[in-house]
Design a protein around this ligand. Structure first.
Ligand SMILES: [Zn+2]
Ligand SMILES: [Zn+2]
Length: 371
């Protein structure tokens, strides 16, 4: 047992309360990580606002980075002192995990949203009782987290000068955008890509599109400041989302879009993007919609044009492979993801969420402890 401080999300409470708590020693296959930084992602908000059925009370946070403090029995790839990034969890045994597609693990819900070990036990407790842990295999809005060897990625030695607290978002939001472009859609050089929504996921996609050599790269958003940043990060064209987006895209790409990437989850925009695809065009979707939302496409256009609509989770990443690749791109100056980040003190977690919701900050990261 280790004494920790954790941001707890409780029933009937507006924001998070930072509480004194205790965390278990790591069990077999588990790793105890002292958290240095933790990114704020929309999925955390969705749980806080009860849009996702995660049991309460819970410690959220799923973009943690930190230093390994202890490892449980059977852990062979990590030792205390390792700098690490925490990512989503997966079972390692189902057909999709066997196919190196852990984001589509058959037990994704159990390992990421049930917020307990697969046997139902929880790693965190306060004086009031047990608190759900293992959210996305980590629960990193705390000074310490219990993760599993499988979802803890070692930071390459040559990245020791990159501030460790900035690396956590690579574990979810940033790998989602970059992976959608580089892995899922496998965007080709010289082909057009339109990105709907220039938040953390969309801007990460734009940086990755520049790496892939896509051209033109078009960013669509409602905020001028985000469109300006999109241009600096690789967008060749920007379109204000409150105008005639279809007409503007038609002018830039009269033959249609080779790739469209939606981060908004808005049905109207998704259907608009589908209608603008070129023959063999691919539309990638990562935005969260209402649970009962439906989409309408023309069958003849989909079939006759050889078009594809892809649902994408976590950018089809195998975090153990893809996160080191993203760090390599960053070190080479091709993936300046730090430009999306603004840091907040851990105790200011509720302010960090507000800054994200108002659109003022693209990717807030909590500084939980010193690297
Ligand atoms: Zn699996
Ligand atoms: Zn996330």
């Amino acid at each position: 047992m280790t004494a920790i401080r954790a941001a707890v999300c409780r029933e009937g409470q507006a924001g998070f309360s930072i509480e004194e708590a205790r965390i278990d020693a790591p069990r077999a296959g588990e790793v105890l990580v002292r958290i240095v930084g933790a990114g704020v992602c929309h999925t955390d908000m969705a749980v806080r606002d009860r849009q996702l059925p995660v049991p309460l009370p819970v410690v959220l946070g799923h973009e943690g980075s930190g230093v390994v403090e202890a490892v449980g029995a059977g852990v062979t790839t990590l030792v205390p002192g390792d700098a690490v990034v925490l990512s989503f969890a997966s079972c390692g045994a189902c057909p999709n995990c066997a196919d190196d597609a852990p984001a589509y693990c058959y037990d994704f819900g159990l390992h990421n949203f049930a917020s307990a070990r697969p046997d139902g036990s929880m790693a965190i407790s306060t004086a009031q009782g047990p608190v759900h842990s293992h959210f996305f295999g980590q629960s990193s809005f705390a000074t310490h987290a219990i993760a599993t060897e499988r979802n803890v990625v070692k930071v390459p030695a040559n990245a020791k000068d990159v501030p460790l607290e900035l690396l956590g978002p690579l574990g979810c939001g940033l790998q989602t955008g970059a992976g959608a472009v580089l892995n899922s859609m496998a965007v080709k050089a010289g082909r057009s890509l339109a990105v709907f929504g220039a938040g953390a996921v969309g801007l990460s996609a734009i940086m990755a599109a520049r790496i892939a050599g896509a051209d033109p790269i078009i960013a669509i958003d409602l905020h001028d400041s985000r469109l300006a940043l999109a241009r600096e990060l690789g967008a060749t064209h920007t379109i204000k989302g409150d105008g005639d987006v279809a007409a503007a895209l038609g002018e830039i790409c009269p033959e249609g879009l080779n790739y469209a990437f939606d981060t908004t989850g808005l049905g109207k925009l998704i259907e608009l993007a589908f209608g603008l695809l070129a023959p063999r065009g691919i539309l990638g979707l990562v935005g969260a919609s209402d649970a009962d939302a439906m989409l309408h496409f023309n069958e003849t256009s989909l079939m006759g044009g050889g078009k594809r609509v892809m649902g994408i989770l976590e950018g089809d990443s195998d975090p153990q492979v893809f996160i080191p690749q993203l760090i390599e791109h960053h070190l080479a100056g091709r993936y300046p993801f730090d430009r999306l980040i603004e840091t907040f003190a851990f105790d200011d977690i509720n302010e960090a969420f507000e800054a994200s919701e108002s659109g003022r900050v693209i990717k807030p990261v909590l500084k939980v402890s010193v690297a």
